[in-house]
Design a protein around this ligand. Sequence first.
Ligand SMILES: [Zn+2]
Length: 240
Amino acid sequence: MRILLSTAVAIASFTATIVLSAAPAHADGCYTWGRTLSQGASGADVTQLQIRVAGWAGYNSILATDGAFGPATAAAVSRFQAAYGLTADGIAGPNTFAKLYSLQDDDCTPIHFAYAELNNCNSTWAGGAVSAATAKANALQLMWKLEALRHALGDVPIYISSAFRSAACNSAVGGASNSRHMYGDAADLTGSPSFCRMAQEARYHGFGEILGPGYPDHSDHAHVASSPSYHFWSASNCGI
Ligand SMILES: [Zn+2]
C-alpha cells in the first residue's frame, strides 16, 4: 500500500510537471507575446510588434507605433517575414514571434546593437531636447531600424560614431542647433558598407532623415534619424 501510494504521488507529480512545462510556448527575457496578431488587432502587444518591425516599413515610409494593427503594419510584418525566410502572410504568429525573440536581448535591444553604443555622451540620457526616458525609448526604436538596415545590407557590421547627445555634447561636437541627435533617434553610421550604400538602403527602413556624402560635413559617415517630425534626405554624391 505504501508502495502504491508513493507510485501514485510520483505519477501525479510527473503529470503536473508535463502540464507546467507545456503551458507557455516561450518565455522571453524581454517580452513575450500571448496571442497571434493580425489586421484589426490593437493594444500594447501591437505596439511592441510595431517597434520591432518598423525597420521594414518600405521605401520612404515610417510606421506609426500606435498600437493599431492596420495595413501598414501588416505590410511591415510581411517584409520582415520575407527578409528572414518566413511565410510572408502579414500575420504575427508563433514563427514570427520566435524570430523576434531570437533577435532581441533581455533588455529589448536588438542583438547587434546596445544602449551603450547609442550613447557616448552621458550615461543618464538627460540634457537633450526630450526627457531622458523619451530619448532612451527613441534610441530603442532607432536600434530596431538599424537591425533591419544591417540585415538588408547582408548582415555586415555597422558602427555608430555618434548617436544620443545632450545639448552640451551636441555643442561640443559642433552639431546643428536642432540636431536629431538631441532626441536620441539619430545615429552617425560607419562600417564596412560604403556611406552611400548605407544612405541609399536606409530609404527603405523607416528613416525620415538621411544625410550623407554631398551634404555639408557628412563626407565621413551616413547620418540617419528614426522618427523626425519632418522629412529630409540629402546625400547628393549618392544620388539622394
Ligand atoms: Zn548625425
